[in-house]
Design a protein around this ligand. Structure first.
Ligand SMILES: NC(=O)C1=CN([C@@H]2O[C@H](COP(=O)(O)OP(=O)(O)OC[C@H]3O[C@@H](n4cnc5c(N)ncnc54)[C@H](O)[C@@H]3O)[C@@H](O)[C@H]2O)C=CC1
Ligand SMILES: N[C@@H](CC=O)C(=O)O
Length: 244
């Protein structure tokens, strides 16, 4: 079992090597925690397909830390202060630029799309990073001091959304045969993707069965407890002889 997304969510060749090792060795590979922490997102995608359903599109909020940041941010207090709090709470990756750059969300989207059977390359996902070049360039031990580079651009994005009555959300989208995108978007306040609170992930899945209205999964998507629960679920499933 692992929560690390770099195995299945980075180079396509590595994802293929893992699938091949899984099939030829008969080994179990518990990856539930890689997307949505404790939420049954991968499990649901696999269950739908095992029943003959075909996945058409996936969209949603896949970052618990960015969800939390965008729920907390009020356009007044510095965004960088909230990033430090999210890091302290264990919501961000050890280097919060992994989240802020959209790389963590790209990895999760790749894991989901690949789980639908589509061999998507990392370069096929367009990613709009929130990390300004000045912050991207600093070494890891200087990141926390340099986070203030986020404050002015985020304040401007927030003000623009506030004037339009919208909400900022960091959204991942993929459609079969179409584009895959990850980035900050302004959504109407009553948009389903604006809903939720705290670290909530919210993922909509369109398929043959759920063609008009998507199947939606929502709940906390980051933090030690929910992530550990997903790892434990996989361990118990393996012990019970279930094929993951
Ligand atoms: N924090 C969260 O909500 C979630 C995290 N994940 C994934 O879980 C993994 C760990 O993330 P966190 O627990 O948040 O990070 P963390 O920084 O809190 O914990 C990582 C731990 O690994 C240890 N470590 C690092 N390199 C090591 C090595 N070579 N050998 C042994 N130990 C080593 C570190 O000392 C640290 O204790 C990441 O891949 C992350 O993407 C996945 C889902 C949710
Ligand atoms: N840093 C990640 C943790 C879970 O994968 C996130 O913010 O979602």
């Amino acid at each position: 079992m692992e929560p690390n997304k770099r195995g299945q969510g980075a180079a396509l060749a590595r994802w293929r090597a893992i699938q091949s090792a899984r099939q030829t060795s008969g080994a179990h590979y518990g990856d539930s925690a890689t997307v949505g922490a404790g939420l049954p997102i991968l499990r649901t995608l696999r269950a739908l397909q095992a029943g003959g359903d075909r996945i058409h599109a996936i969209a949603g909020v896949l970052s618990g830390s960015l969800a939390w940041l965008l729920h907390q941010y009020d356009g007044l207090r510095p965004f960088s202060g909230f990033v430090r709090q999210a890091w302290q709470a264990g919501y961000t990756e050890p280097d919060p630029r992994e989240d802020l750059s959209g790389e963590d969300v790209r990895r999760k989207l790749l894991i989901l799309v690949r789980a639908t059977g589509v061999a998507l390359h990392a370069r096929q996902v367009q990613v709009a990073s929130l990390v300004p070049p000045a912050l991207a360039a600093v070494p890891v031990d200087g990141v926390h001091a340099a986070l203030t580079a986020l404050d002015a651009p985020l304040r401007a994005r927030y003000a623009e959304a506030w004037k339009a009555g919208g909400r900022l959300r960091y959204i991942a989208r993929w459609q079969a045969g179409g584009p895959a995108q990850v980035g900050l978007a302004m959504v109407p306040a009553d948009d389903p993707l604006a809903a939720g609170s705290g670290t909530d992930n919210r993922v909509a899945i369109w398929s043959d069965r759920y063609a008009r209205q998507p199947l939606v999964l929502q709940g906390p998507g980051a933090g030690a407890e929910v992530t550990a629960a997903a790892l434990l679920d996989d361990a118990l499933a393996i012990q019970a002889g279930q094929r993951l």
